[in-house]
Ligand binder design. Structure first.
Ligand code: DC
Length: 230
C-alpha cells in the first residue's frame, strides 16, 4: 500500500469531520478526500439518471464510469459531476438519503476503493469518511475517530442548513441523524466502527480549533510533518 502519509478522520455525521479535515489539509498543505461527497454524488447521479438506489448492478455500472471532479474553493471543495457543479444539490437532505442508500451497497464500496486510494499522493492525504481507517487506508499512521452527541450534531447540521437558507426543525434533524447512524453502523459492509488503533476525540464540548490543534499535536508526536514553506 501507499507510503504517502494519510491521516484518516472517521466518525458519524455532524461530528465535525469535514471542518477538521479541511483545516488539516490546509495547515499541512496536503490533499483532501471527502469520501462522503463521493457517495453523495453517486446518490445524486442515480436520482438524476432515474436509477433506483437499490438496483446494485445498475448503481455499480454507473459508479465505474462516474466523471466526478473535486476542486478546492474558498471555504471548501466544489464538486462537479459530468461537467456540472452539484456541490449544493449533494448536500441537501435528499442528497444525504441517497448517499446513505448507495453506501450500503457492497459493490459500490468496492468500485470506489481504487479511486479513493489513488488520491494518496505526495506530500500527504487527509481522508474524511466512515471506513478510511478500517478499510481504505488501514496502514495510515494517524487515525482519528471523531464523535459528538446526536444533539450536538443535529444542532450543527441545523446551523449549516440555515446558513444555506434551508430551514429544518431540530427534532426532524435529530430523527434523521439517528436513522442514518443506525443504517451506517448496522450495515453489513464497512459499518461505521472505530479502527482499533484510532484515537477517539469527542467534539461535543470542543471548538473546531481545539480539535484541530489536538490532531496537529498527535501528528507531530507521530513524526508526521507539514510541508516546509517554500
Ligand atoms: O460524510 P457524509 O455525511 O457526507 O456522508 C454521506 C453518506 O455516505 C453517509 O450516509 C455515510 C456514507 N459514507 C460511507 O458510508 N462511507 C464513507 N467513507 C463516507 C460516507
Amino acid at each position: 500500500m501507499s507510503r504517502v502519509p494519510v491521516i484518516c478522520v472517521d466518525g458519524p455525521s455532524g461530528a465535525g469531520k469535514g471542518t477538521l479535515s479541511l483545516q488539516l489539509a490546509r495547515s499541512l498543505d496536503w490533499h483532501l478526500l471527502d469520501s462522503g461527497a463521493l457517495y453523495r454524488v453517486i446518490g445524486h447521479a442515480c436520482w438524476s439518471q432515474g436509477i433506483d438506489w437499490q438496483d446494485e448492478a445498475a448503481v455499480v455500472r454507473m459508479t465505474r464510469g462516474l466523471d466526478v471532479r473535486f476542486e478546492p474553493v474558498g471555504d471548501g471543495v466544489a464538486v462537479w459531476l459530468e461537467g456540472q457543479e452539484v456541490s449544493r444539490e449533494i448536500r441537501s437532505e435528499r442528497g444525504s438519503r441517497g448517499a446513505s442508500a448507495v453506501a450500503a451497497l457492497p459493490g459500490v464500496r468496492i468500485a470506489l476503493l481504487n479511486r479513493q486510494r489513488a488520491l494518496a499522493q505526495s506530500p500527504g492525504l487527509v481522508a474524511d469518511g466512515r471506513d478510511m481507517g478500517t478499510v481504505v487506508f488501514p496502514d495510515a499512521p494517524l487515525k482519528i475517530f471523531l464523535t459528538a452527541t446526536a444533539e450536538a450534531r443535529a444542532q450543527r447540521r441545523q446551523a449549516q442548513l440555515m446558513e444555506k437558507g434551508e430551514s429544518v426543525s431540530l427534532p426532524r434533524l435529530l430523527d434523521a441523524i439517528n436513522e442514518r447512524d443506525l443504517s451506517d453502523s448496522g450495515r453489513s459492509v464497512s459499518p461505521l466502527v472505530a479502527a482499533e488503533d484510532a484515537v477517539r476525540i469527542d467534539s461535543s464540548e470542543l471548538s473546531a480549533d481545539a480539535v484541530h490543534e489536538r490532531v496537529l499535536e498527535l501528528a507531530a508526536e507521530r513524526g508526521i510533518k507539514a510541508r516546509a514553506p517554500n
